[in-house]
Design a protein around this ligand. Structure first.
Ligand code: GRF
Length: 193
């Protein structure tokens, strides 16, 4: 667990692989007075991740790590996290699975957002699965990361109604809007704010 000490903000690293819209919402949240966090680092396993641009826009340190050799990448990441005094990791559209060893080192300090009402529809292609399964509701979940995929303790969730004519794309869009609100909410919640 991460604890707030006085008024000092918790230093967060956000891990991304793609668009980074959740990263953007977290950066905006971090700039609010009520926010207990500051985004100190953006990490990506994808050199071309569009979201890396937010590093330039908001002047946040950004780093790319090649995950071809995962053990080495994680070793380097741990070092940079230590050097930057990072205390909390937010996975936001990060498409790599972190090793058990890595997760152990940051136990209780890694969060993830997933675009379904977990424990339903873990893994990839969530929206397709929801639609094919004729679910009435989908949604999103922020949870702690443990060594099993999308399975750690749930912090909070938001339901989204599935419409009759929804495609995976239209559903993803509506869920994403809720994700942007849910991640900041989850962070306030873990600090009892
Ligand atoms: C989000 O739907 C997130 O839940 C999922 O990947 C998507 C990433 O979107 N894991 P973005 O990169 O934050 O825009």
């Amino acid at each position: 667990m991460v604890k707030l000490i006085g008024k000092k903000k918790i230093k967060v690293a956000v891990f991304i692989s793609g668009t980074g819209s959740n990263l953007k919402s977290l950066i905006k949240f971090s700039k609010q007075k009520k926010s207990p966090i500051t985004i100190a680092l953006i990490l990506s396993d994808n050199k071309n991740a569009v979201g890396l641009k937010y590093g330039d826009v908001f002047k946040i340190k950004q780093k790319f790590f090649n995950f071809k050799n995962k053990t080495l990448a994680e070793k380097k990441i741990l070092k940079i996290l230590r050097n930057n005094k990072i205390n909390l990791i937010c996975l936001a559209g990060f498409m790599k699975i972190l090793s058990k060893t890595f997760i152990k080192k940051f136990r209780g300090k890694i969060l993830n957002i997933h675009p379904s009402l977990l424990p339903k529809f873990k893994g990839l292609n969530t929206h397709e699965k929801v639609i094919n399964n004729k679910e009435k509701y989908s949604g999103c979940t922020v949870h702690y990361v443990n060594s099993k995929l999308d399975s750690g303790k749930i912090i909070c969730q938001k339901k989204v109604k599935v419409k009759k004519n929804d495609t995976p794309i239209s559903l993803a869009k509506r869920v994403l809007i809720q994700e942007h609100k849910l991640y900041p909410k989850a962070i306030l919640k873990i600090f009892n704010l």
